[in-house]
Design a protein around this ligand. Structure first.
Ligand SMILES: [Zn+2]
Length: 350
């Protein structure tokens, strides 16, 4: 589309948000470069250029999106965050000053996209069996691990959605709340003015919940609070950034939860990756449905493990979870759900 100086920033911002929705993009980036602003979209985990705006228009569109997100327009030197709603989509905007000007990242969270069952996420076979069993844990920690962008929070929401159907009280601590769920008391951590994570957790436990969930273990304070909650007699579900199961104890140790403490609390583990699905319309050859990429949408590959109290075979269980994940990547390619290339990429990252 041709852009001219007279174009209204509001119209262009609106067009970009519509384009992102049309492409099923999770993120929209506005990046200032020499004399222009590149607009990139992230679709199925991959960034690609969508448009280039003249720099002056790019700056006005950036200002428009900042205004929608309730940010300070006069401040272009401090990192800022904000949000707004567009239809049923929650839009999170983050502005970061760079050498070439202010970069904007717009995350689009489709509030209408709800968990639809573990099998539709990609669980099958042994992983699905173990997954079902860890949902029935009566106490202890269930961790969902993987790198960023591996779909951990979708799995967490899927678990909570299944559990909330039963007569039980679930309280979550999230930063931020990505999806609003019926029947779950969701507490945005950043909404607790001046309250530290550990205090937030104490307040949550006073609510006498049957199940506690933590959006993400980010630091030693949240890791230790999660550990303490998990050893006091109720199941705690949480996600954590970790490459694989085998390195999880090291990762948790960095977060001030020693291997001994982890063995004391950990009852269930999911490790995961997302792989791109081969486009069913063209069989991977490239068509209008997949924008020529041969892929459309993504599916999870999973490895799971259950742990008994004080398990001595701990490292062996962790290795089994990683092997299951690698096997399931291969199986997705063998079933034609994804390509060998995509499955290998995911498997090698484990
Ligand atoms: Zn296609």
């Amino acid at each position: 589309m041709k852009t001219t100086r007279t174009e209204s920033a509001a119209d262009v911002a609106n067009e970009l948000l519509s384009l992102a929705a049309e492409l099923r993009a999770s993120d929209l980036h506005l990046e200032p470069r020499d004399g222009e602003t590149a607009v990139r979209v992230r679709v199925d985990g991959r960034l690609r250029q969508a448009r280039v705006l003249p720099r002056e228009l790019g700056e006005r569109v950036t200002a428009r999106l900042k205004a929608l997100a309730g940010m300070d327009l006069t401040d272009r030197r401090t990192p800022q965050d904000g949000r707004f709603s567009r239809g049923r989509t929650n839009v999170r905007v983050s502005a970061l000053p760079t050498l070439r000007g202010e970069t904007l990242t717009v995350r689009l969270l489709d509030g209408g996209e709800r968990p639809r069952g573990a099998e539709s996420l990609g669980f099958f076979g042994t992983a699905l069996e173990l997954y079902d069993r860890m949902l029935r844990a009566e106490s202890g920690l269930v961790l969902i691990a993987g790198p960023s962008g591996s779909g951990k929070s979708t799995t967490l929401y899927e678990m909570l959605s299944t559990l909330s159907g039963e007569s039980c009280s679930i309280v979550t601590l999230e930063d931020p709340v990505e999806y609003a769920m019926n029947g779950v008391s969701q507490v945005p951590v950043n909404g607790l003015a001046g309250v530290r994570f550990a205090d937030g957790m104490r307040a949550v436990l006073r609510q006498d919940p049957d199940i506690v969930a933590v959006g993400e273990i980010r630091d030693a304070e949240s890791a230790r609070a999660v550990h303490r909650a998990a050893i006091t007699g109720r199941p705690v579900f949480a996600t954590v950034h970790a490459r694989n199961a085998e390195t999880l104890p090291d990762r948790m140790n960095d977060l001030a939860v020693s291997p001994g403490m982890l063995a004391e609390s950990l009852r269930g583990l999911v490790v995961q990756r997302l792989v791109r699905r081969t486009c069913t319309a063209c069989g991977g050859n490239g068509c209008d449905n997949c924008d020529g990429s041969g892929y459309r949408g993504r599916i999870g590959a999973f490895g799971c493990a259950l742990f008994a109290d004080g398990e001595s075979a701990f490292p062996a269980r962790l290795r089994e979870a990683d092997e299951m994940l690698a096997d399931n990547c291969r199986a997705l390619a063998a079933q034609g759900v994804t390509t060998e290339e995509e499955a290998d990429r995911a498997r090698r990252s484990v």
